[in-house]
Design a protein around this ligand. Structure first.
Ligand SMILES: Cc1ncc(COP(=O)(O)O)c(C=O)c1O
Length: 403
């Protein structure tokens, strides 16, 4: 009997599988692990700020006291207690929502997946900031949605630009499903949408029949403690709000949430159950315990203080070392700054030279669906200590000069 070669299955895959491409952030992960390499690439929270001993005791206590519940299946929407505690967290940004409005998810990434699954047919359009979160682009592409970008300036997305994009798409007969936005400390640009513009953006979307998906994992990580009101507060029926404990506590727990209007919530829960049956009960109980018994606000302040110091070190190094004609954003919170090199510079080529010089970053084109961002790049300052950030920027500047 002859054994035929292993069959290939890729040609049998659904058309949407073509949209599942490796993330450019993950692509540089292996390189960033090389000895001596400085990574300005991955936007990981700096977990050593957490008192791990206390967290270990907390997790042990949850299993000891509530183990049978923690290790069992739970409600598809999430635990009632965590839903109520999330309302307390959201109050910091002005949201007053009833706890039954909350669907708990495995991080806000799952929330993004759920809204896209519920709303987007192939060919539908999602409007997104340019640049935008690469993980969101992956979701939109996976559901065969088209992405149209709106440009940003120092105050965030330009409302007139948003209106123009909507009008142009409608004139072309396109179906726009939602405007996806990270209004606070945008990943990758670090830019925040000004308070004045929030109302205009909300008004435009409401008038044009376009939903808003407000993704806010970084909003509480403000360096000076200033918090902007969530867009959800301005139009709760038209703005879906996505939150997460990944950046304010720990991403490994995979706990996030979505606040959605009443007529969507039932279907949202069924879609969530189809994906995970229920959110991890163990993780939810750990987060409950954390919010109930730990100084979680103080922990957010401790995280923000570390990021503020690292951001400043990065900005100082950029000012000291970058070649003339280079610009960068000045974030007031979050994990990232966004660097723009002179027109015509290819940051893909800079990356190759940078790796030789011992530093990695994510090129700007990763954050656009339309080939934009060629002369731009993202620096994550959340994880590396200040000294490494300074040295990394110095190496990056040398790499830019060398090409
Ligand atoms: C803008 C944005 N949205 C969503 C996520 C996903 O976060 P998580 O699923 O860990 O909550 C991230 C992670 O980096 C992000 O930067």
């Amino acid at each position: 009997m002859t054994i035929s070669a292993a069959p290939s299955h890729t040609h049998r895959m659904a058309r949407r599988a073509a949209g599942f491409q490796p993330s450019p952030v993950r692509a540089v992960f292996d390189i960033s692990m090389r000895p001596g390499m400085i990574s300005l690439a991955g936007g990981n929270p700096y977990l050593p700020v957490l008192p791990i001993g206390e967290i270990a005791a907390m997790v042990g206590d949850v299993v000891e006291r509530r183990g049978l519940e923690a290790l069992q299946y739970g409600s598809g929407a999430g635990t009632e207690e965590l839903q109520a505690l999330i309302c307390q967290v959201m109050e910091l940004e002005g949201i007053s929502s009833a706890s039954q409005n909350i669907q708990i998810t495995a991080g806000s990434q799952m929330a993004l997946e759920l809204v896209t699954k519920l709303f987007c047919d192939p060919g539908d359009v999602v409007i997104a900031e340019g640049p935008t979160y690469v993980g969101a682009l992956g979701v939109f592409e996976g559901f065969q949605a088209e992405v149209a970008h709106v440009t940003m300036d120092a105050e965030g997305v330009d409302p007139d630009g948003l209106q123009d994009v909507i009008s142009r798409l409608k004139a072309a007969g396109k179906t726009i499903k939602f405007f996806y936005t990270t209004p606070n400390f945008n990943n990758p640009s670090g830019i925040s949408l000004s308070v004045e513009r929030r109302q205009r953006v909300v008004d435009i979307c409401r008038a044009e029949g376009v939903l808003i998906v407000e993704d806010n994992p970084y909003g509480l990580l403000s360096f000076d403690g200033t918090l902007r009101p969530a867009m959800h507060t301005l139009d709760p029926e038209n703005v879906f709000y996505l939150g997460s404990f990944s950046k304010i506590f720990a991403p490994g727990l995979r706990v996030g949430w979505i606040v959605a209007p009443e007529d969507v919530r039932g279907r949202l829960q069924i879609a969530a159950e189809a994906t995970t049956i229920c959110p991890s009960v163990l993780s939810q109980l750990v987060v409950e315990q954390y919010i109930n018994s730990f100084d979680w606000r103080g922990q957010i302040a401790a995280y923000a203080a570390v990021y503020a110091e690292r951001c400043q070190a990065t900005l100082n190094a950029l000012a000291a070392h970058m070649p003339g004609g280079t610009q960068w954003t000045t974030p007031t919170g979050g994990f990232f700054t966004w660097v723009t090199l002179p027109e015509g510079t290819d940051t893909g080529r800079v990356l190759a030279a940078a790796i030789d010089a011992g530093v990695v970053f994510v090129p700007g084109s990763a954050f656009y669906a339309d080939g934009g961002g060629q002369n731009q790049l993202r620096i994550a300052f959340s994880y590396a200590p200040a000294g490494q950030l300074e040295e990394g920027v110095k190496r990056l500047a040398a790499a830019i000069r060398s090409i």
